[in-house]
Design a binder for this molecule. Structure first.
Ligand SMILES: Nc1ncnc2c1ncn2[C@@H]1O[C@H](COP(=O)(O)OP(=O)(O)OP(=O)(O)O)[C@@H](O)[C@H]1O
Length: 626
């Protein structure tokens, strides 16, 4: 209850408030009068704006968006309304990026919405849904190599030289996209694209592993080299002089010194250079280039530290000239230091395995070579199975106008490759990864022995690649596998280069490997033959049996880049790869060019199970691992 003096106080304050309100009202009247008298000093807001603002407040409709120009533009706003922040995405946009129906996505639990662990593990650039669909439409218009307006000699060499023994050959998706782009034609109707004469074009070819990227850049490059040869005035002059000298030599009435060894205009100055990261790839790509040269008639050379200085010199500086060189960046840059002319006529520079060659280790050398070749360059072609985010950022700053030729399935591991998981912590391995690996290999051998080989009395030999993360592990694991009766060898950067090619030869050859079927039945599983645990007092068996129908190569990432291991059906991931890029390259050694393959990942205590699970899911759905 209020006391009397309080009531008094309230009445007083009420009176005081009324008085001050009257004073304020008269002040406003006074101000308005002054405002009318001196409009330049104080003007009211235009009636239109006032009305608009009130309307917005009175009705429950959304307040109009306020202009933000000027230093005070952002004052008195309830929402930040900062420009540049993207608008909310429409359901269609969400569907496009998530690859599913938005209603279905709503129904799904949070776990099902895309890859979570892989996002942490993510290193790959995103290729939009729209880009992938657009490419599909362009691809549909191409069905055969004959549709490409290539020189006759090049066209006729594709099948007999590059794809020997194959039937029903069609261009692969990456070839359908890349060949027309590089030879400068639009796809529909194959009309020639308009380019300014002398204008340099940069391309990035990105497609799945084992999809025929090498031919996709090689065919247009060889075509360009041959075309340039016919237009080259120096070569025309050289051939004219050579023909004249031949005639004089044949004239028996003249006694002439022997035919002069005029150097060809291309001696030591090739038109096309293909850079690859390893000597092994120099041989692989070099052999393909050489195969073309037999019928297309051009000169090629493969150079790497596998060859002696004399051989390299003879190949590059032959008086007959040189058109295409395949090399590693290290070797080429050291040659360019002593002989800068080597890069003076290069019109086509191809950087294969670009994600490796533009990575920290190789990047300075590769970039240096690109810069030095730049004055004569017409096409710079970067080729890769993955676009890591670091490379994507680099390309956006260094080559902002690069044309990206990307296949719809980029960054997805094909569904024809299955991924199995071996839990190393469980019985019978109890954390022994080496044992789990040996046992997996024995199981593959045993299963293969149940099927007859193509010839009676023979059995197929399975070629298995085992990938480890550390160089030292290759040798240790290979020795362990040998002790368990497996024919295993280790390949790493310390292996002498000549040995590397030898080791890889049986894994890259497409010819099936067979072994005579033993009279005795197959030794069975590892546990039957190589007991790890023997009860006390039981002697170990004298003769350890060997697994006769399996060949194993234990390697690091060295064996995962570009090597065309067409006949490898099994890949074992001894360690969980560090990134999605490594997953793609390592599993990409199997399931090449439409073949089936199997990957097996050994998951131990400290390995990322969630990453493996998501890779498995992505492979099952045929989704890109991003
Ligand atoms: N059009 C074609 N039809 C059938 N086979 C092809 C075709 N083009 C290429 N090949 C074969 O596909 C295999 C893989 O080709 P290539 O080595 O160029 O793949 P890649 O995409 O470069 O793989 P990676 O990314 O692993 O380097 C080779 O054995 C090659 O002979």
């Amino acid at each position: 209850m209020l006391r009397p003096q309080n009531t008094q106080c309230l009445l007083c304050s009420f009176r005081a408030a009324r008085q001050s309100a009257n004073t304020a009202r008269s002040n406003v009247r006074f101000l308005s009068q002054r405002a009318i008298d001196r409009p330049s000093r104080l003007s009211l807001a235009p009636a239109r704006d006032v009305k608009f603002a009130r309307q917005g407040e009175d009705s429950n409709s959304k307040p109009a968006r306020r202009k933000q120009d000027g230093p005070f533009g952002g004052m008195n706003q309830r929402e930040a309304n900062i420009r540049g922040i993207p608008e909310k995405r429409s359901p269609m946009q969400i569907r496009r990026s998530a690859g599913g129906d938005p209603r279905a996505l709503k129904e799904k639990g949070p776990k099902d919405r895309g890859f979570r662990a892989l996002k942490m593990h993510r290193a790959l650039a995103v290729v939009s849904y729209g880009q992938r669909t657009g490419v599909k439409e362009r691809m549909a218009a191409v069905n055969s190599f004959e549709q490409f307006p290539l020189l006759e000699s090049v066209q006729e060499s594709i099948v007999p030289q590059a794809l020997t023994g194959m039937t029903d050959i069609r261009p692969t998706p990456v070839q359908k996209i890349t060949i027309p782009a590089l030879i400068g034609v639009e796809v529909q109707g194959m009309s020639r694209r308009k380019t300014t004469v002398g204008e340099r074009e940069d391309f990035l070819i990105a497609a799945e592993t084992g999809s025929g990227k090498t031919l996709s850049y090689l065919i247009p490059t060889i075509n360009a080299v041959k075309q340039a040869e016919t237009e080259d005035a120096d070569i025309a002059e050289y051939e004219k002089r050579l023909a004249e000298e031949n005639v004089r030599q044949n004239d028996l009435s003249l006694v002439l010194p022997p035919l002069s060894t005029m150097p060809h205009p291309t001696t030591g100055r090739p038109r096309a250079i293909i850079l690859v990261p390893t000597s092994e790839l120099v041989v692989q790509v070099g052999n393909l280039v050489k195969a073309f040269s037999h019928t297309v008639k051009f000169r090629s050379a493969m150079i790497s530290s596998n060859f002696s200085g004399k051989v390299i010199r003879n190949r590059l500086f032959s008086s007959k000239g040189i058109d295409v060189v395949v090399s590693t960046p290290h070797l080429l840059s050291s040659i360019a230091e002593s002989d800068p002319n080597i890069l003076s006529r290069v019109t086509h520079l191809i950087v294969d395995e670009a994600d490796s060659l533009l990575d920290i280790g190789f990047s300075p050398l590769t970039q240096h070579l690109i810069d030095r070749a730049a004055p004569s360059l017409k096409q710079l072609i970067l080729c890769s199975a993955t676009i890591p985010r670091s490379m994507d950022t680099f390309l956006r700053t260094r080559f902002p106008d690069i044309k990206r030729l990307v296949t719809p399935n980029l960054h997805a591991i094909p569904r024809r490759v299955q991924l199995g998981v071996v839990e190393v912590e469980r019985d019978p391995y109890q954390g022994n990864k080496d044992l789990a690996c040996a046992d997996t290999i024995w199981s593959i051998g045993k299963a293969a022995a149940d099927h007859d080989g193509p010839v009676k009395g023979e059995m197929d030999v399975k070629r298995i690649l085992v990938f480890v993360n550390k160089r030292e592990t290759t040798k240790e694991l290979a020795d362990y596998l040998v002790s368990k009766g497996v024919d295993a060898i280790a390949l790493n950067r310390d292996t002498p280069e000549e040995r590397q090619s030898e080791m890889l030869a049986s894994f890259t050859s497409a010819t099936p490997l067979t072994a005579p079927k033993p009279e005795l039945p197959h030794p069975g599983s590892l546990a039957d033959n190589q007991p790890n645990y023997l009860p006390f007092g039981v002697a170990a068996p004298d003769v350890k049996k060997k697994l006769p129908n399996v060949k194993v190569l234990v390697t690091t990432d060295l064996g995962s880049r570009g090597i065309d291991t067409v006949s490898v059906r099994y890949v074992i991931l001894y360690d969980v790869p560090h990134s999605t890029v490594d997953f793609i390259h390592r599993l990409g050694r199997t399931g090449r060019m439409g073949r089936r393959g199997r990957g097996i990942v050994l998951v131990g205590k400290n390995d990322r199970r969630d990453v493996v699970a998501e890779v498995k899911e992505g492979m099952f759905k045929g989704q890109a691992l991003i």
